[in-house]
Ligand binder design. Sequence first.
Ligand code: PAF
Length: 315
Amino acid sequence: MRDTSPGRVAVVGPGALGCLLATTLCRIHEEIWVLDHDSQRAGLLQHSGLTLERGGCLAHFPVQVTADPQRIGPVTLVLLCVKSPALPHTLPALLPLLTENTLLLAWQNGIGHLPVLQEAELPCPVVLAVTSLGAHLVGPGRVRFGGEGATSLGFLGEVREEARAALEGVAGLFRRAGLEVRVEADILPQVWNKLLVNVGINALTALYNCENGGLLENDEALALLRAAVLEAAGVARAKGIAIAADPVARTIAVCRATAGNISSMLQDVRGKRQTEIEAINGAVLEEANRLGIPAPVNAQLVAAVKSLEKTSLSG
Ligand code: PAF
């Protein structure tokens, strides 16, 4: 029988979302580990802890941080918060943390992570986590809360009844920590609803080098946003995914609600990191090509962001 108590928790990747989730859980749960691939930063965070900036207040949390997964060992819950391009080399490093009784929650944007997780043959059930929580990393281990948002959780593939009970336990843990969480029988519509928003906002904010709200003040950007989202919505419908009505209006509403935010893709370009373009517009384009649906605007956005990324990574 699976133990449904939260037990030992490992947050993998101390980026913006990883630090936000770790600091949020630290308030109510003690056994939190953070795994960082960067041993120098892991040493720094082990020494100085994590800091959450929220509503003008600073809260400080000592946590156990390591770059060595063997030091953590088996855990009940893994929050996998690395970006999509890092998954192929991160997943094999997680094996010391995983048993058949672990739940692995994957928090990546886009849909590029789905086949990677499916093909990894992990020993534990995988849960897709779709969130609209806002977070901005302002320094190593220091995160600024960027806004409340709901989180949906649902399994990738079929699982046993015990795993479902364990996921309810995890949802309860998050709720006690103050998050709004829903467990979905079918998570794919939520994955695609968020994907459509990211398709419309992320690449364009990176290319126009503007905050999310800036897209609404630029006629050319707004026309591209509409076209990219409509192409991706056509792909979702052709796949039989029950996406929400009017994805363009939903994307514009998110632009408005997060007007002052720097999107994660623009943060990546400015930080000279690889972006999630392949997992977002690139993955839509791949699905469109497979289905024989034209997606010229997404193709244009992928090419433009890749060229921007090449310049930023070499600079
Ligand atoms: O990736 C992001 O930045 C966020 O998902 C969103 C919703 C576009 C807000 O900035």
